[in-house]
Design a protein around this ligand. Structure first.
Ligand SMILES: O=C(O)CCC(=O)C(=O)O
Ligand SMILES: [Fe+2]
Length: 632
């Protein structure tokens, strides 16, 4: 067996209070930090046996608009059938590992069906604390019985019966959802495939986890289905993102949880919302869930319904074959057609051409849990520490730097010795470069598939969820001399080179002091950190970020949240605020201080103070998460 199942990890080797690193989520995803416990309404619960149909339509419509999720009770599926469905699923996962592996998803298979431990690629290389089994249950012509467990023997009959019952509920829901939009009753169902809609059963199996505070069962996502009908077991864990908060779904025995998925959001042109959700796991108990995803056939094209589009409400999504939509979603590609390098437009070019109305390309629109309008904290919180390098008391500077690095991972430095007019000319020559005509900037474009990141470009690496950053950039090394590629240094403006050379010398002096003081602050010899990071061979990589104005700064980010890969980053901003750091569970703004340098502790310092100096394990434990939003 090549892939390790989470269930197998748990039953073998797991130390108490310890989980493999690939399951430990970054702080801004950890449930212990990000779950909301304040007063907030519950996910709507709808009695669908209510005598007044208009009442049901009203509730279903509101829940789908405001929440994208609701629970239904009195849905007509017998309670004992639901219990049998849970029982046979549990019996399958209780089988010996070898017996489950018989149903393993074949490597390289095009379908999702089978037993497995993950789908698609993990963001940041993190794994989900879950195993699963997928198989289609309807229509009959789509069923592959090879993926249906033979054991327990009643597995098949129970799932067949459940398929019939769930179809009846789904038909009612589609009808009500259509009516709720003022459409004929059958429009929504027909719009996602009609009688050819495929019912894909998934069983999620979340074994007990010694550190449920650090990991997730399923990371945050919207379902790519039209709709999902889910039966949970009695162990809570489903969370939905609502009004900027992750909140727990209440367990109601026998209820069905209905998720609006991407295809209904698209079909309704955004009137109904696909719900962003994730799952947490339990320390002692096994959680399980049985979502059925209702999917259009692969070749079926889904796009906004013409009835829901008009000049006031232009189409928000491109019509797309379901198979192309799911391919992009699994591979985290933008949902817009892929473009070749020459067609890739810098963000600056998009802005200066077509962008007039309140309308930005969807690949720049972040999911709600990243949108700055929703997630920026405005309450009372201390500012990022500001440290004055002209303080005659060096010990005090060292104490402040150590404390800021420990508590924040970021600080601002004033009176650092770099002349203000040098900083201003650095800003000016960079601005002059970005003001050149596009053809002239393209001369410095990062060569496609180059090994270096040097050059002019619009994004590094792949974006999570296929989203793009609202920024262009220029990278080039400025030190040591042997590393410099002048091909990536603008010739225009002519003073670009001299100014950057001078800045490199000045910034090195500041960096040397920083390394020395950071070392001493850790109780080390003065040169230990610098030597650990490469000594005289440390490479200084300049990046200029260019964030053009954006008509919807509330929805997009200049740079998505990340920590810097470097040992340390020394940053000069311009006067437009936008840097945010994640501190004590909140995204907070960095204040602009003219002439100050912003110093970030990067991954390499974190690593060296962690691994080489165990005694200082906690010393620089905070590698601050940062992101940049756009200011209009
Ligand atoms: O386990 C749950 O409650 C939700 C699972 C889920 O979101 C999924 O499998 O898509
Ligand atoms: Fe889901």
């Amino acid at each position: 067996m090549e892939v390790e199942r989470v269930q197998a990890i748990v039953s073998s080797s797991l130390a108490k209070d310890n989980i493999p690193l690939e399951f430990v989520r970054p702080e801004d995803e950890q449930p212990a930090i990000t779950t909301f416990h304040g007063p907030i309404p519950d996910i709507p619960v709808i009695d669908i046996n209510h005598p007044d149909q208009d009442h049901i339509i009203h509730l279903v419509g509101n829940a789908s608009r405001d929440w994208g999720i609701f629970q239904v009770v009195n849905h007509g599926i017998p309670f004992d059938l639901i219990q049998k469905l849970q029982q046979v699923g549990k019996e399958f996962f209780d089988l010996p590992q070898e017996e489950k592996e018989v149903y393993a998803k074949p490597p390289g298979a095009l379908t999702l069906e089978g037993y497995g431990s993950k789908i698609g690629e993990d963001v940041n290389g993190k794994k989900n604390w879950a195993d699963h089994l997928f198989h289609k249950i309807w229509p009959a012509s789509c069923i592959n019985h090879q993926f249906w467990p033979k054991n327990p023997p009643s597995y098949r009959a129970v799932n067949e019966e459940y398929a019939q019952e769930v179809r009846k509920v789904v038909d009612k829901l589609f009808k009500w959802l259509s009516t709720g939009l003022g459409l004929e009753v059958d429009v929504l169902k027909q719009g996602v495939g009609g009688e050819e809609i495929e019912y894909l059963m998934k069983i999620n199996y979340y074994p007990p986890c010694p550190r449920p505070d650090l990991t997730l069962g399923v990371t945050s996502h919207t379902d790519l289905s039209a709709m999902t009908v889910l039966v949970p077991n009695e162990v809570p864990g489903l969370q939905v993102f609502k009004d900027g908060h992750w909140i727990d779904a209440k367990y109601i025995p026998g209820a069905l949880i209905i998720h609006i998925g991407d295809q209904i959001e698209i079909l309704s042109n955004g009137k109904y919302k696909a719900v962003l959700h994730r799952t947490t796991v339990d320390k002692e108990k096994t959680r399980m869930s049985w979502p059925v995803f209702l999917e259009p056939p692969g070749e079926f094209v889904v796009g906004p319904l013409p009835q829901l589009v008009d000049p006031q409400l232009p189409p928000k999504y491109k019509p797309k074959k379901f198979k192309d939509y799911s391919y992009c979603k699994f591979h985290k590609l933008p949902q817009d057609k892929k473009r070749s390098r020459m067609e890739v437009e810098g963000v600056q070019a998009i802005v200066s051409s077509s962008l007039t109305e309140d309308n930005i390309p969807t690949e720049f629109i972040r999911p709600e849990d990243e949108q700055p309008a929703i997630t920026t904290f405005h309450g009372p919180i201390p500012d990022i520490p500001v440290i004055d390098f002209s303080d005659p008391d060096q010990d005090n500077i060292i104490r402040l730097i150590a404390k800021a690095s420990r508590d924040w991972g970021i600080f601002q430095v004033v009176n650092h010795g770099i002349p203000l007019d040098l900083i201003q000319t650095l800003q000016l020559v960079g601005k002059q470069f970005f003001n050149l005509p596009p053809e002239e900037k393209e001369v410095y474009a990062k060569p496609p598939s180059a090994h270096t990141i040097e050059g002019y470009g619009s994004k590094v690496g792949e974006d999570v969820n296929g989203k793009k950053n609202w920024s262009d950039h220029l990278f080039h090394r400025i030190w040591p001399a042997s590393c410099i590629n002048h091909q990536f240094w603008p010739q225009n403006p002519p003073s670009y080179r001299a100014v950057n050379e001078e800045y490199a010398q000045e910034v090195r002096k500041v960096v040397d002091k920083l390394f020395k003081w950071l070392s001493i602050g850790l109780g080390l010899e003065a040169d230990v950190l610098k030597e650990g990071a490469g000594g005289e061979e440390i490479e200084y990589l300049m990046k200029i970020n260019y964030y053009p104005p954006c008509p919807r700064p509330d929805l997009t980010l200049g740079v998505a949240s990340h920590t810097d890969l470097s040992a340390m980053t020394v940053l000069v901003p311009n006067e437009v605020p936008g840097l945010q750091v994640f501190k004590d569970d909140h995204w907070i703004d960095a204040k602009y201080i003219p002439g100050a340098l912003i110093v970030h502790i990067g991954d390499q310092i974190e690593v060296s103070s962690f691994s080489s100096f165990n005694a200082f394990y906690y010393s620089f434990s905070l590698n601050i998460l940062q992101r940049v939003y756009i200011n209009l």
